[in-house]
Design a binder for this molecule. Structure first.
Ligand code: NI
Length: 192
């Protein structure tokens, strides 16, 4: 008696769980179609043109946005990426890192070159016209906003995500650098 009365709720529960599972599978289980990433045309710290094609190479790419006058988040991220390269060893040569400025007014290729020379030499700094950097930011669905400071100065509020992209330039995940570099390196090995 009692067990037969439980059948219907149980069947409903199982079907709901399956339906939810299917929805989650469809929504989360596709690295493509995330809409993150896309075309850009920028200039690296050596003054050379770089496009999204640079992502299309064996291995993977980390992409993040920032600016050289950033007081804390950007230098910390660049330092964490540098430690990650050290933890990766020779395999790190298959990891590209693009640091794209959100402050093209101040971040000339020369300034970027000086700034990133303190970090791993495999990190590429990218700038361009305000339209070009805005287009790159939009392709990665990021945001940046100018925040006025005293004395005609300003800082930038910006997306702090680190995007992990695959060898076809498709978004894999937002990469977590807030952990021991060995742990981050271990996860990255799967893509290199
Ligand atoms: Ni920053």
């Amino acid at each position: 008696m009692r067990s037969s009365r439980l059948v219907l709720p149980l069947v409903l529960f199982v079907f709901s769980a399956l339906a939810l599972g299917l929805v989650l599978f469809v929504v989360l289980g596709r690295p493509q179609g995330s809409g993150i990433g896309g075309p850009f045309t920028l200039t690296n710290q050596a003054g050379q043109k770089v496009t999204e094609r640079v992502l299309e190479s064996p291995g993977a790419t980390l992409v993040f946005f920032g600016f050289t006058h950033c007081p804390d988040v950007c230098p910390t991220t660049l330092y964490e990426v540098t430690q990650l390269y050290q933890a990766l060893g020779p395999k790190g040569d298959r990891l590209r890192t693009l640091f794209i400025t959100v402050d093209p007014e101040r971040d000339t290729p020369e300034l970027l070159r000086d700034y990133i020379s303190s970090f791993d030499p495999r990190i590429v700094g990218l700038t361009g016209s305000p339209e070009q950097t805005a287009a790159a930011l939009k392709a990665y669905r990021g945001y940046a906003r100018k925040v006025p400071l005293e004395g005609n100065n300003y800082t930038m509020d910006h997306t702090a995500l680190v995007y992990l992209m695959d060898s076809k330039g498709r978004f894999i995940e937002s990469f977590n650098l807030k952990r021991p570099p060995e742990q981050a390196a271990k996860e990255l090995q799967n893509y290199l």
